[in-house]
Design a protein around this ligand. Sequence first.
Ligand code: NAD
Ligand code: TYD
Length: 353
Amino acid sequence: MENFKKKILVTGGAGFIGSHVIRRLLRNYPNYLIVNADKLTYAGNLENLSDVDSLPNYRFEKIDIVDTESVKSVFSKYGITDVIHLAAESHVDRSIEGPMEFVMTNVVGTVNLLQGARENWNGDTNHVFHHVSTDEVYGSLGDEGLFTEETSYDPRSPYSASKASSDHFVMAYFHTYGLPIKMSNCSNNYGSHHFPEKLIPLMIHNIQHKKPLPVYGKGDNIRDWLWVEDHASAIDAIFHNGRIGESYNVGGLNEWTNLELVRFLCRLMDEKLGRVEGESEELITYVKDRAGHDKRYAIDAIKLEKELGWKPSITFEEGLSKTVDWYLENQNWIEKVTSGSYKDYYENMYANR
Ligand code: NAD
Ligand code: TYD
């Protein structure tokens, strides 16, 4: 264990983005020990790492980051040198139904980790605590403009309020205690291993099975989509080369209204599934809008590009095509991750709309 160059605690590594981050770190840095700390909520599945979990530099700890003692013990057990913190409750609709879980994991859990790092690193700044956050902390844009790192925080959903609070604690630990933090705020991700309650994997699943495609409101809300592996490469770049105490926006200048995006997916899947063009679009069903639905998100990632030379590696069309192929080829994955409590949640949610 002593021979590893870094011993990185990755929280939430069994989730969507965390599993891509872990896969990248394990493959690119065999001299790092990667400790995945995850509670395995409905959104966390070790299945997401089945292709890399036998690598010699991987360890898994099933812990709840809200539990102070578990966090402390994982730091001391491995002599953790760095943290990449992704564990969170991440779904806006769930945060509207029940905000407290979001406060506990996203706020209290983050402060527990900050405190664990502070106690173990003891003023030594030769470490990194990288906090992974979202552009949703900036609130909602009108027709014009982009979120920059200087945009004032204006969170509007319980999810974004909890993430904004965690971001503030991260910055407070930097300013107050000199904890060596870095932060990234990314736009909406898409790709493989994405839990099918979020827009893109849900639509892919429903198109395939000819189920209704629930578009909230008029479908004119805008999101800025980034391929998850490009987010993982940005985290890698920021973790290694970003400046301490700084936040970096991550995004690919790729704005779509929800309706345009769903229509695009329908056309792509009609082609892949050998259906008549237009067949899947008939499944589009307008449902009651999300409460407090943020109108538009769009990221200016120029700081990341200028300072660290990061750029997205593929176009949305390529990324979406790869993503659809992955879901079509991995039916078992969908079945595994949606068995259990998710089924009830999903059925209740749409029954109530
Ligand atoms: P996810 O919901 O797919 O995964 C979250 C993971 O955290 C799961 O493995 C879950 O088991 C784990 N977890 C939850 N509560 C925990 C707890 N109390 N203790 C330990 N583990 C716990 O989320 P994601 O989409 O992969 O997002 C990862 C991070 O990236 C989050 O912090 C999120 O805010 C941020 N982010 C997500 C997006 C996006 O588009 N998905 C965009 C920007 C930022
Ligand atoms: P989502 O994937 O939940 O991400 P976020 O809310 O964090 O941006 O939703 C993306 C957009 O898609 C958002 O504007 C809400 C909308 N949406 C639908 O129209 N229908 C759906 O079934 C879902 C899950 C989302």
